[in-house]
Design a protein around this ligand. Structure first.
Ligand code: HEC
Ligand code: HEC
Length: 284
């Protein structure tokens, strides 16, 4: 009995200091796990969305809670501030978040706490200088995008969901946005942050446990940058592709019918009926 009491009191002693820092860590975890960090920094400048430093002082708490739960609802309802932000940030729709009051509270506390920490100005400046890319980065990025080169962690190729119309030689999926001008809209840091930590639910799911490596992100960013500098592909390229597609399709169907009919003919020749018929002839 004594031992049990001792064990319990030791446990309590161990847990006390942990619970102290719990709000902060769980707020931090929520910020990471819910993908906020993929689009927002606190005190390190804007990524895809605004820097959230001091946001709890700038906005009323109720507004923040509603907005974080469902930005789309706020925008659809015509909330002036939400609509203004949406337009300012290139009409990127921040995903909705199914979070408890507790989680949002911890999250906002974490943001407030982090906002008050002094930032390293030098560091921020360094991060925002443009990165240099070479031709190699671009071509490797293109191969990764199209799936010619596999990702190290076997994530799906980008082209299965995205198209880049600026590159008329590519014909990608239509599940997600055309990425021709994405680089211009999101910038180098925005693209990198997004690829490191895909924030859009479908894309996030596709790369769950299959993260892109640093080098892959570098090469893909180089490719998207180059794509954004190109002039949009001519419409005829698409038409030509479509007619090619139809021709290939028709040819394929023709070959298919030919093969089937050959098999059918041969089967007919060597069918049981044939043998019986021939036997019949012989016995006559
Ligand atoms: C896909 C990127 C993305 C993700 C993920 C994301 N946001 Fe946002 N967020 C945005 C964008 C873009 C805006 C600007 C408004 C808009 O476009 O709707 C924004 C706006 C905001 C605002 C309002 C800022 C202001 O100036 O009033 C808050 C607060 C916010 N986000 C918090 C969060 C939190 C908390 C999370 C994680 C639970 C999160 N965001 C996840 C992109 C994102
Ligand atoms: C399973 C499908 C899927 C795959 C695979 C995928 N994405 Fe996405 N991606 C999406 C969806 C969905 C969005 C959200 C925007 C939309 O609805 O188009 C998105 C958004 C983006 C955006 C932001 C676009 C913008 O302008 O707002 C970028 C950049 C992007 N993806 C790049 C990539 C790259 C690079 C790859 C390959 C490493 C990739 N994606 C693979 C589905 C996918």
């Amino acid at each position: 009995m004594k031992i049990i009491i001792l064990k319990i009191s030791v446990l309590i002693l161990i847990c006390l200091p942990i619970s102290d820092g719990l709000t902060q860590t769980s707020g931090k975890q929520v910020f990471r796990n819910k993908g906020c960090a993929g689009c927002h920094t606190i005190n390190e400048g804007k990524l895809i969305g605004p820097d959230l430093a001091n946001i709890t002082e700038k906005r009323n708490r109720k507004w923040l809670i509603n907005f974080i739960r469902s930005p789309k609802k706020m925008i659809d309802n015509g909330d002036t501030l939400a609509v203004r932000l949406y337009n300012k940030y290139n009409k990127v729709m921040m995903p909705a978040n199914d979070m408890t009051d507790e989680e949002i509270k911890n999250l906002l506390d974490f943001i407030a706490q982090k906002s008050s920490e002094k930032t390293n100005q030098q560091n921020t400046k360094q991060k925002s200088t443009a990165t240099a890319y070479n031709a190699n980065n671009f071509s490797t990025g293109k191969q990764l995008f199209t799936g010619e080169l596999l990702f190290m962690n076997y994530g799906p190729s980008c082209i299965s969901c995205h198209d880049i119309k600026n590159m008329s030689s590519l014909h990608g999926g239509m599940l997600a946005k055309d990425l021709s001008t994405t680089y211009k809209r999101l910038g180098d840091r925005g693209i990198r942050a997004l690829l490191k930590n895909p924030a859009f639910p479908v894309m996030k799911e596709a790369y769950r446990n299959k993260p892109l490596t640093k080098a892959e992100i570098h090469n893909l960013t180089a490719f998207l940058k180059k794509a954004a500098q190109k002039k949009p592909g001519k419409q005829t390229a698409g038409v030509k592709f479509e007619s090619q597609f139809i021709i290939v399709g028709l040819l394929g169907a023709g070959i298919f019918i030919l093969v089937i009919s050959l098999i059918w003919l041969r089967r007919k020749k060597h069918s049981v009926n044939d043998e019986i018929y021939e036997r019949q002839l012989r016995t006559e």
